[in-house]
Design a protein around this ligand. Structure first.
Ligand SMILES: [Fe+2]
Ligand SMILES: [Fe+2]
Length: 385
């Protein structure tokens, strides 16, 4: 890689590294440095056919096969009952035409650049092209996230020390495989456009693949990324009128609601165990979750789309500011944290020590929303409509 590119990437990622030290926990910061270097500076997820990550996940064989976790057992039964076939249950014959103004892919009010005079000057065809590209960018990130979820689910299945959790995990692996399939099919067959992984999403996935502690994978994937995914899927489904996309999102949301519930049930039992974790280990998890929340709140700024359509018209800082304030990002942040914050509280990681940090981000107001365990998976999915 050319040095000049590396320096440009380093400068661009400055804000992320400043945010990544918000909790002041050096151990957490150190764990982010490697993934940040690979994702932001080297851009390992871009300009390549594949990236091999050094993943860590111990295989914990359980010889007694004891079924000691009834709530996970019940969730496993629900997961088996609610399986669906992505080839036959979804009507793929629907024609998706980005230039058809009768079917809104994303309404203008949810395009981050809709108010900008340059966008308003574009003709109808050009506007439709950018609308189509924004949707392709979003769905591409969903797709890359789903591949990460597929691997994380497989890793958690081998390393979680409870048989009920392993059996449940086997259903999540199938679910995530199906999600990869449907998002890829939609992008490939219907939108005919796909973007590379966002650098910040790469950082989080790289981090999760390498951390060998099963509860950290749960925290990062089931609580944070899947919480984000539920928020994002729910947001898109509520604003899009494209019937095929809405249908496939409904199916995916029902699965994701179970996955989040799996994480909350498993971690609330694990972290609630008397003598299960030292104060230091608990602090590390509290700090780590907060750092991830910051990363997810501030850093999905569609730079890949910006590079293609807007880099000639404005600088990245201006773009970032416009995006942070856009209606889409506001709705997305609200939907996401409404799901995530109560779950963080339910698993015991919203201590008095970290509450002021969440308050400063304006997120404490969500703490009284229902946690995933307060709702059935179906109710949870329905509440997102
Ligand atoms: Fe998924
Ligand atoms: Fe999932």
């Amino acid at each position: 890689m050319r040095l000049k590119n590396a320096i440009v990437n380093l400068v661009d990622s400055g804000p992320l590294m400043r945010e990544a030290s918000a909790s002041g926990n050096l151990k957490v910061l150190a764990s982010l440095l490697g993934p940040a270097f690979r994702g932001l500076i080297l851009q390992r997820g871009k300009h390549t056919q594949n990236t091999v990550m050094d993943a860590t996940a111990p295989a914990d064989y359980l010889w007694t096969y004891e079924r000691a976790h009834p709530r996970l057992r019940k969730l496993y039964e629900i997961a088996k009952r609610d399986q669906w076939n992505s080839s036959t249950d979804i009507d793929w014959s629907v024609d998706v035409d980005p230039q058809n103004s009768d079917v809104t892919l994303i309404p203008d009010s949810f395009l981050p650049m809709a108010e900008h005079p340059l966008f308003q000057k574009l003709n109808k065809k050009e506007k439709n092209e950018q609308r189509h590209a924004v949707l392709a960018w979003l769905l591409s990130q969903f797709l890359h996230g789903e591949q990460g979820a597929l691997f994380a689910a497989a890793q958690v299945t081998t390393s979680v020390p409870w048989m009920d959790a392993k059996l449940y995990g086997s259903t999540q692996v199938v679910d995530e495989g199906r999600h990869v399939e449907v998002f890829h099919r939609y992008l490939d067959d219907k939108l005919n456009k796909m973007y590379a992984i966002n650098d910040n999403l790469y950082v989080i996935i790289d981090l999760l693949m390498r951390d060998g502690r099963w509860d950290m994978k749960f925290l990062g994937m089931q609580i944070m990324i899947e919480g984000l995914a539920l928020g994002a899927f729910g947001t898109i489904r509520s604003v899009s009128q494209e019937p095929l996309l809405c249908e496939l999102l409904s199916y995916v949301i029902a699965d994701e609601a179970r996955h989040v519930q799996y994480g909350v049930v498993a971690l609330s039992e694990y972290y609630g165990q008397v003598g299960g974790m030292s104060a230091r280990e608990r602090r590390e998890r509290e700090d780590w979750v907060f750092e991830l929340a910051l990363l997810m709140r501030n850093r999905f700024l569609a730079h890949e789309f910006y590079d293609e359509y807007w880099a000639h018209a404005m600088g990245r800082r201006e773009w970032d500011a416009m995006l942070q304030e856009s209606a889409l990002m506001r709705l997305f942040r609200e939907t996401m944290f409404k799901r995530i914050v109560p779950n963080i509280k339910r698993i015991g990681l919203l201590s008095d020590r970290v509450r002021p940090w969440y308050a400063e981000m304006g997120l404490l107001s969500y703490e009284h929303e229902p946690a995933a365990t307060d709702l059935s998976a179906r109710d949870l999915a329905a509440s997102l409509t």
